[in-house]
Design a protein. Structure first.
Lengths: 234, 641, 256
């Protein structure tokens, strides 16, 4: 008889959890980038701040809390199962290491991206914690548009990106996020069984495009802000 | 000992087509509830052994299945490439059970037993059905029906195949059935163990002694019947297309315990193997007979022509098979194709650096069918060829030469596949029964599965119903004595610590066998072979060097035991060849040929099975005869012209 | 023989391990007169002949058919399962691409579920147990309908054959950074999932075989695809996708 415990503990099940949460997080990142593109509007941060305020005020702020709880859960599930796969089970399955390993080449999908998932993942996680701390759990200046007072998150962004080390660190992390998606997106489809010889080329290309577009998309923000945005939104 | 009494083939009465059914009615059965009380030991997990073990398990018998490989899925049946015959007549080209029977008898040069061959032809169709039901992915037509190809020696398309990996797919079918029985608890699988001797007690086979190839421990297994399905003995030639661990030990040790050895000189030299390149070589690689469906065999007309094949114009090529045998052309039976290649090479027309090769050319097939169709049919063989020779067969003809491949001879069995030792059954290539003096292509897989799935389960059951349980326990003196023999022999081998390796002796033996007891044999050569093999054997037991010890995994020790047996068997093959003053099938005596160089059979004096009885250490074995009676086919000179 | 040179010298750095439970180490050997046409295993044969003559213990390694079909052999040569220049088994590797004087590292297939028995010989019996868990169609001998009773589209038969060509060598496990057996297990599941004969036991089979694979201690598949690259029969990782679908279906639909 099948059981959820067996499924979740199985090699297939673990990857299904990683894949499902991974794809959801991927969706979140896409939406997040689209939202951040409002930074590019040269209006002194009005669009960006209003967008943030709009999100925070939905259902009197409850929706975003619910959403954040889900995000945390997804991160946790993604991380726990991924760590089990890439560290715990891997160690058990090969206690004695090879003295020499070379890439087989040919049809292999093994890349720097696929091998570094377990490193790029935690870096992104640390970044997310700091990122949330900066934008959610800190005292923010306020700004008023059309009589509505709201947080001036735009100035937080600009202040941060005008600080060279933060801008550079941010860009590095976004490059790693791109790398993570480079392998992660197609891998999720494969993990869910949505792959075949006919589709594998499409999926792996889609994955690379997703990695590059999102990586470069986020990565472009700091230089833009650094060079083009006025200091302080007000 | 009265020859006629001992060699009663126990063929059921009645018309040929009704014998097997009649056999079922005339023989006792074991009731389902009683079957698990009987233990059957099966040695080997190929098509015959694995098939028998799985099927006996399905029936409810308690089965012990031993193999030398690390898993049953690696038995040498796995390497068969081309296909499996069955008289399905799916192609509507005039095939029938009668025709398959006739082709097999004729292909075997009228040296096989009619009743056995007919049963084989009858069972062939059920084999295909069974394999399909088990999920064997045979090649299919676009309409979804099973596809067929043609093979040598026949004029119908009756060969079923799974790319160039038919043996593998059939074996994996057997392996899956076996796996199912292991899970069900009816079959106990004992891998990495080698049967080293047979235990006979109270006039019946009651068990075996094995060596655990990992720990070196000797193990005793008791059973109510023993089935040997341990394959053939081609590696007596050292270089053959067989796997490097194929050996004669199980059947040879049983021969020494009283089982008769039949027709040892009927060995098959396969016409299309990749030629030998050097002395270092460990094996020869077969190129499937199916290649002769589309490939054309030729040599340059001029001896010593060293031009590249592409530089030799059509008019200066000799397509000698098409010339000599217009009716069958490139698809003549194996023995004929192999010998024809030897004739051309001996005349100096051989190609390649050694001069021991002929061309197998696909240029016409590629022109006619296109590269894709050819690749679809033979792609994996072409790749394998290119890997080994660094030549691309799509552009330059393959070079091929005959190689030892299969042995029609084996332990003598009656219609029930039982040897001269009651309770000892022999199936598949290990027995002698179905192929006479030459086996047709794609018939080995057919025989293996016929024996394994259908014949052995029935005949063993009826034996057990009659004979009852064996009383001998593994703690008995009978087992202890046999174990002592095995132990002593290995201790002796290890203690010699001489100057030559096991492999060097094996190589020497192979050289004698190939040169003197190979494709063409003669009295002086055979006599010389016997002398040389005896000398080699004597030297072996004084000067062989076996490294390592007996108490753990030691493949050189395994090899040492096997080569010691080959050194005895080689002599028996030569003696049998010397006795048989005729040419038939794979056995060609230079003294007995027509002016055109075709084989000349002597039905008057040699229409019998020679069955040899062990007569003691270094004593020539004693021969018994089983007369072959042909009631249903007329003995004719084989003609493929 | 083609261009008879005196041959190359090859330095071999080989893993030696007396017994499974003892510690192993690398030993260095040199084999001279290595010809291009030789197979890699024939070079090891040559080495072993030398060792045997000197009364030393030969290097134990598994091999049988020596034509790439039985799946017995399997070494990690120069860091690649079955050796560099993928697409064949260890026994099919020829010496052409090796340089004169080159040092070649030779290790056994390494995986927790494949313990070393001696030197380069490993125990792959977990594969048998996975097969026993459900890698079969339960069709007793004697019960089969006519072979043409159920037509099977050629594409399905071909795909099933692609998967069925697995030789069970274990290179997929050896090459997988995670030590996963997914390619091996999926090949059997996918073969039978594509044939009508396998249908009735389809869910039960996927469920049981995957769970047995996990119980044996193999790692999880991270979709690196090294397995397909080293597979001597070029078995595609699309079979792994099929296996996951089958397993999901079994989970959602109930395997019984």
């Amino acid at each position: 008889m099948t059981s959820i415990a067996t499924f979740a503990g199985s090699s297939v099940g673990k990857k299904v959890f990683v894949a499902v949460t991974g794809l959801m997080l991927f969706g979140f990142v896409v939406v997040h980038l689209l939202g951040n593109l409002t930074l590019l509007i040269p209006d002194g941060g009005k669009a960006f701040n209003e967008y943030a305020h709009f999100l925070e005020s939905l259902l009197h702020g409850w929706l975003i809390i619910a959403f954040e709880v889900c995000l945390v859960a997804m991160f946790l599930v993604h991380a726990i199962f991924a760590i089990t796969v890439a560290l715990v089970d891997k160690q058990k399955a090969r206690p004695q290491k090879y003295s020499l390993v070379r890439a087989a080449g040919g049809k292999s999908h093994k890349t720097l991206a696929s091998r570094s998932m377990i490193l790029t993942g935690p870096v992104i996680l640390i970044f997310v914690v700091l990122h949330v701390k900066m934008f959610k759990f800190a005292d923010h200046p306020l700004v008023t548009y059309h009589g509505t007072e709201m947080k001036d998150l735009y100035s937080v962004v600009v202040d941060a990106f005008k600080t060279p080390w933060i801008a550079i660190a941010y860009m590095v992390v976004m490059a790693l996020l791109g790398t993570h998606l480079w392998h992660g997106v197609w891998s999720a489809f494969q993990s869910l069984g949505w792959n075949s010889d006919r589709h594998v080329t499409f999926l792996t290309r889609l994955s690379v495009v997703a990695g590059v577009v999102l990586g470069v998309g986020f990565l472009g923000l700091p230089p833009y802000v650094y060079f083009f945005a006025a200091t302080g939104g007000h | 000992m009265s020859t006629t009494k001992v060699l009663d083939a126990r063929i059921p009465g009645g018309p040929l087509a009704a014998k097997w059914d009649r056999h079922a009615m005339d023989n006792p059965l074991v009731a389902p509830a009683n079957r698990r009380k009987f233990t059957v030991i099966v040695v080997g997990t190929g098509l015959a052994g694995g098939g028998a073990a799985a099927t006996l398990g399905e029936l409810g018998f308690n089965v012990l299945n031993v193999c030398i490989q690390d898993t049953p899925r690696r038995a040498h049946s796995v390497a068969a490439q081309g296909g499996i015959n069955a008289a399905k007549n799916y192609q509507n080209d005039g095939d029938s059970i009668e025709r398959l029977f006739y082709d097999t008898i004729k292909g075997g040069d009228y040296r096989s037993r009619e009743a056995n061959v007919y049963r084989l032809a009858q069972l062939s169709t059920a084999i295909i059905d069974q394999c399909v039901a088990m999920g064997v992915p045979f090649a299919r037509e676009y309409g979804g029906t099973l596809a067929n190809r043609s093979f040598g020696g026949v004029q119908v398309s009756r060969t079923f195949y799974a790319r160039g990996q038919t043996g593998q797919q059939l074996l994996l079918g057997v392996y899956s059935a076996l796996s199912r029985q292991v899970k069900a608890g009816t079959v106990t699988m004992i891998p990495r163990q080698e049967m080293l001797d047979l235990v006979v007690d109270g006039g019946r086979a009651v068990g075996i002694v094995c060596r655990d190839l990992v720990t070196g421990e000797l193990k005793r297994y008791a059973g109510d019947a023993v089935v040997l399905a341990t394959g053939g003995y081609s590696p007596v030639y050292f270089l053959s297309t067989n796997a490097v661990n194929c050996n004669t030990t199980a059947i040879w040790r049983s021969f020494r315990r009283g089982a008769f050895f039949a027709n040892p000189c009927y060995t098959q030299i396969h016409p299309t193997a990749i030629p030998q390149a050097g002395d270092y070589q460990s094996k020869l690689t077969l190129m499937s007979e199916s290649l002769r469906n589309d490939g054309r065999v030729w040599v340059p007309k001029q001896p010593g022509d060293k031009r590249r094949p592409s530089d030799i114009p059509e008019s200066e090529r000799d397509y000698y098979l098409e010339r000599r045998y217009p009716a069958f052309g490139n698809l003549v039976p194996r023995d004929i194709a192999a010998r024809a290649a030897k004739v051309e090479c001996d005349a100096g027309k051989g190609v390649g650096n050694t001069g021991f090769a002929v061309y197998l050319d696909f240029a016409d097939a590629i022109k006619r069918l296109g590269r894709d169709v050819v690749a679809d049919r033979y792609g994996n063989l072409f790749d394998m060829y290119e890997e080994i020779t660094a030549d691309d067969p799509y552009h330059t003809p393959m070079r091929i030469y005959p190689a030892p491949h299969y042995t029609m001879g084996g332990l003598w069995v009656d219609y029930n596949l039982m040897s001269t030792i009651p309770g000892l059954f022999v199936a598949g290539e290990a027995n002698f029964s179905d192929h006479g003096a030459n086996r047709l292509g794609a018939s080995a897989l057919m025989q293996g599965l016929a024996d394994g799935y259908f014949v052995v389960p029935r005949v063993v059951a009826s034996y057990l119903a009659g004979a009852g349980k064996a009383k001998t326990k593994t703690e008995s003196d009978a087992f202890a004595a046999v174990e002592r023999d095995v132990q002593t022999r290995y201790e002796r081998l290890l203690a010699i610590r001489g100057g030559k390796t096991v492999r060097e002796y094996w190589w020497d033996l192979g050289r004698v066998m190939w040169d003197k007891v190979g494709m063409a044999r003669s009295r002086p050569n055979l006599e010389e072979a016997i002398t040389r093999i005896r000398a080699l054997r004597e030297e072996y037991w004084q000067n062989v060097r076996v490294p390592g010890g007996a108490r753990d995994l030691n493949k050189h020790l395994e090899m040492a035991g096997r080569v010691a047996d080959f050194l005895e068997l080689g002599e028996l093959i030569a003696r049998d060849a010397l006795m048989r003053e005729e040419s038939c099938g794979g056995h060609f005596r230079e003294e007995h040929q027509t002016p055109e160089g075709e084989a000349r059979r002597d039905d008057e004096n040699f229409a019998f099975v020679s069955a040899w009885e062990y007569a003691g250490e270094n004593q020539p074995a004693a021969m018994h005869k089983e007369r072959l009676v042909f009631e249903n086919v007329e003995l004719k000179t084989r003609s493929y012209k | 023989m083609a261009e008879t040179t005196s041959g190359k010298s090859i330095h071999l750095r080989i893993w030696r391990q007396k017994r499974g439970e003892q510690k192993g180490r690398f030993e260095n050997y040199t084999v001279k007169n290595v010809l291009d046409e030789m197979s890699f295993l024939e070079v090891l044969d040559l080495l072993n002949e030398d060792l045997a003559r000197q009364g030393q213990e030969p290097v134990e390694f598994d091999s049988d058919c020596r034509e790439g079909i039985c799946g017995t052999c399997g070494l990690v040569i120069k860091g690649v399962a079955h050796g560099p220049g993928s697409g064949c088994t260890t026994c099919e590797i020829r010496m052409r691409p090796f340089r004169d004087g080159e040092t070649v590292t030779v290790e056994p297939f390494r995986a927790g579920p494949f313990p070393v028995i001696k030197d380069l010989v490993v125990d792959r019996t977990p594969f048998d147990r996975i097969q026993q868990a459900g890698g079969f169609v339960a069709a007793n001998v004697g019960s089969a309908p006519d072979g043409n009773a159920v037509p099977i589209p050629k594409e399905d038969a071909d795909k099933a054959m692609d998967a069925a060509s697995c030789i069970g060598c274990g290179a997929c496990v050896a090459a997988c950074p995670n030590g996963s057996a997914s390619l091996f297990v999926s090949a059997k599941i996918a073969q039978l999932a594509r044939l009508p004969q396998g249908e009735p036991e389809r869910k039960r089979r996927a469920w049981a075989m995957v769970n047995q694979m996990d119980a044996e201690g193999f790692g999880d598949c991270s979709n690196h695809g090294e397995c397909e690259a080293v597979c001597p029969k070029a078995i595609s990782i699309e079979n792994i996708a099929v296996m996951r679908r089958e397993y999901l279906k079994a989970f959602i639909g109930g395997s019984d």
